[in-house]
Design a protein around this ligand. Sequence first.
Ligand code: AMP
Ligand code: ZN
Length: 462
Amino acid sequence: MADIQLYNSKTRTTERFDPIDRNNVRMYVCGPTVYDRAHLGNARPVVVFDVLFRLLRHVYGEDHVTYVRNFTDVDDKINARARESGRDISEITSETTQWFLDDMRALGALDPTQMPRATGFIPQMIEMIERLIAKGHAYEAEGHVLFDVKSYTDYGKLSGRSLDDMIAGARVEVAPYKRDPMDFVLWKPSTDDLPGWDSPWGRGRPGWHIECSAMSYDLLGDSFDIHGGGNDLTFPHHENEIAQSCCAHPEGQFARFWMHNEMLQVEGKKMSKSLGNFFTVRDLLDQGIPGEVIRFIFLSTHYRKPMDWTEKKAEEARDTLWKWRKATEGAVTAFRPDREVVEALARDLNTPLALSILHQRFKEAKSGEDINRFRSTLDFLGFGKEWPSGVTVAVEKAYGHAAKMQEIADQIEAARSAKDFATSDRLRDALIAAGVEVKITKEGVIAEAGPAFDPAKLEALK
Ligand code: AMP
Ligand code: ZN
């Protein structure tokens, strides 16, 4: 069994991962706020923790891993979107939730075991807030309930900040009802035009952080193995989750390992909705970039390093996957994945190493068994999903080259009917030079990618 090592942001060291219960390894990852299409940055944690989920399933068994990722479906951004568009909140959140699932599945991400929505856990949130008040960690003021940050001595430990740093560094909302500017909202009042639930503090809605504490407690218990998310969430979101969970349930340890992915960047800045420097996963898919190419690019950079999306990376990934696809067409996926690839993942998800091992294996592959194992390893890494076995045409289509091949084939046919054989021969030779196999039949011209197919040469044809 592979020995898994993971970098724990809580202790700032790489530690051996030993689950609390091998029969039920438990992981919680913060999910999206559902008001709009996911941008490419939002997909990074999804792919990173999908790789971890696959590794854990491989090591502990498919039925022995519980992966929970939430949907935040109550939030002021959602309310604002509903107001601007005149649409119903529930219409917006259910549409966006479905978009998210479709887009992430296209990237080869498995669905988590459970995907709770915040609005399904309001009673659990209220209960947790009541516990916090009863234990002296929270207080009510003007219809709000606030967490009393000074009541928790470990506040700031995860992000390594002192209270003074936090006040200086963060845009802290100063409000007259707060005892301390760092105190954060657990519950706030709602006017009639906003979503609200009855509570001991009047009709209102939860603050953002409490949902993850309440849902992880309900679904995973007071102690679980891994908590993940982007490193932009370390402060304040994760810091606040820890404060809430550890104060409400001091008998537990909450999450033992904290894992944070670095940001996807655009020209050195975090891709984000608020900066406006984003494009969506759907934009890329609609441009004909296969989901697995996007996945490949994410895996080419270690999750704790910042990364950029570039056209060049997309082209290289596309060519590599195309080559691998062609060579493994018809291969089976029933083999155990390559041991060294699994070991690379077990070293704090070293996906760039895993990919370089795959490049090497591909070069060395000799037998059908080598190819089957290679294909099985790709499948394990999540690259199998949209591979129709043995259907070359579908493969070409997935890679967006079929249209170009058809276009030239049609030109050959037109030239032949016009008896312009000089043109038809020139085009045929150009296709052949690009590794395309050309058959001229009575029914028409058939063009199919051959083993030496070179997409760049094909696309350069006029
Ligand atoms: P949000 O909907 O903004 O709360 O983000 C959902 C998830 O996407 C969180 O885990 C964030 O940390 C993550 N995330 C947001 N922007 C980026 C980015 N540019 N790169 C990587 N992860 C991101
Ligand atoms: Zn969270």
